[in-house]
Design a protein around this ligand. Structure first.
Ligand SMILES: Cc1ncc(COP(=O)(O)O)c(C=O)c1O
Length: 392
């Protein structure tokens, strides 16, 4: 038998799915687990969005549609970008996708060749690093430091940027740290990219999920016409993770190429799901506001709870729905601690190291769960660690 392609050894999975499987194994054995591993809101998709999909299906809007996306969803996205980023892109600058993730894949396939350097934050969403390795690009992971509230520092980008740098990946608000870059930091990065002729992929999937910060996109610099590519989607803000709907806004020539990737890989994004997307953008935003109010109380509860655990300390995240406590004082590695908490306390969170080497010494808690579950988890963690330390 011939070998599986060597690229398959360079691409990697995601810690969230690994720990979910471990937690489910514990549950199959009768254990009770409180879940903090998966990054998905625990709210149902708002009813008016579901209704729009039902309507489209009942009207038999179920066939193939344009590979790049249906015109009325593109129009809704043009308006959305105008409202939220301050410029109106052309319809030819938009590519609609089944989820945000293919936007990372396609952008990197379309731009990055072996030997090109890709700069991205460490820790970060694992797909970035996985694709860097898959494409045999030069890994330009840049540590984000707790002292800088986990924000990517443009001074570090400036130091790292070379003639080989092709792409900078930004993600603000950020997974896994919840950090939000400032307007100045984003503008400085966009200007650096301009000066060096580098592209920026700005992963803005958490753009509507902010607490004590304002959202800003580096695409404001060039209207996503030249070098900045916006990635956004519906999974998080509208509780639509399973629907698979996202989009890219970028330079028209690049979008055109990526549409060919769409044709080869997926043909198009599900027709009736796109209709639901229009309802999400144009309909009431009340559910989003309610969800964010709820996330704010949960954030406060989880940060307070984590800071009360001996050996843990946690900054208050400014966006998304992740807390990233420092556990270095416990003397345990992230993985040892995540496993200990799962098997001894029945609390499933993720090791920070699952997001890159600089995530070592941290855990990620996705607080997409009730305040009661958060309180119960904090109690269990405290108890199990007290037991551990009193015996060792
Ligand atoms: C930073 C970031 N980008 C992209 C995605 C993928 O989103 P989607 O489920 O829409 O593909 C996620 C999901 O967790 C994420 O955290």
């Amino acid at each position: 038998m011939k070998n599986i392609s060597s690229g398959m050894d360079r691409i990697c999975g995601e810690g969230a799915f690994e720990y979910l499987a471990k937690a489910q194994a514990v549950e199959r054995e009768g254990g009770k687990v409180l879940h903090f591993e998966i990054g998905q809101p625990d709210f149902p998709t708002p009813s008016h969005i579901k209704e729009a999909a039902f309507r489209a299906i009942n009207e038999n809007y179920t066939g193939y549609v344009a590979a790049g996306g249906i015109p009325d969803l593109k129009a809704a996205i043009q308006e959305e970008i105008k409202q939220t980023r301050g410029f109106k892109p052309g319809a030819d600058q938009i590519l609609i996708l089944p989820g945000a993730k293919p936007g990372i894949f396609f952008t990197m396939l379309a731009l990055v060749e072996a030997g090109d350097e890709v700069l991205y934050p460490d820790p970060a969403f694992p797909t970035y690093g996985s694709l860097v390795k898959y494409l045999k690009a030069v890994d330009g992971a840049i540590p984000v430091r707790e002292e800088n509230e986990f924000r990517l520092d443009p001074a570090d980008i400036k130091k790292r940027i070379t003639a080989h740098t092709k792409l900078i990946i930004l993600n603000s608000p950020q997974n896994p740290t919840g950090s939000v870059m400032t307007r100045d930091e984003l503008m400085e990065t966009a200007e650096l990219a301009q000066k060096h002729g580098v592209y920026i992929l700005s992963d803005e999937i958490y753009s509507k999920m902010l607490y004590d910060a304002s959202f800003y996109s580096p695409a404001a610099l060039d209207g996503a016409r030249e070098r900045v590519i916006i990635l956004d989607g519906f999974s998080k803000s509208y509780s639509m993770t399973g629907w698979r709907l996202g989009y890219l806004v970028g330079p028209a020539a690049l979008i055109k190429k990526m549409e060919i990737l769409m044709i080869n890989a997926l043909s198009c994004t599900a027709s009736f799901v796109q209709k639901a997307g229009i309802a999400a953008l144009e309909g009431s935003q009340e559910d989003l506001h309610k969800m964010m109010a709820s996330f704010r109380s949960r954030r406060d509860a989880v940060v307070k709870g984590l800071n009360e655990i001996p050996g843990f300390s946690c900054l208050a995240p400014k966006g998304a729905f992740y807390a990233f406590p420092n556990i270095k004082k416990t003397g345990k590695t992230s993985r040892e601690m995540a496993d200990y908490l799962l098997y001894k306390a029945g609390v499933c969170c993720l090791p920070g190291s699952a997001f890159g080497p600089s995530g070592e010494g941290y855990l990620r808690f996705s607080y997409a769960t009730s305040v009661e579950t958060i309180a119960a988890a904090m109690g269990r963690i405290k108890e199990s660690l007290a037991e551990k330390f009193s015996h060792s």
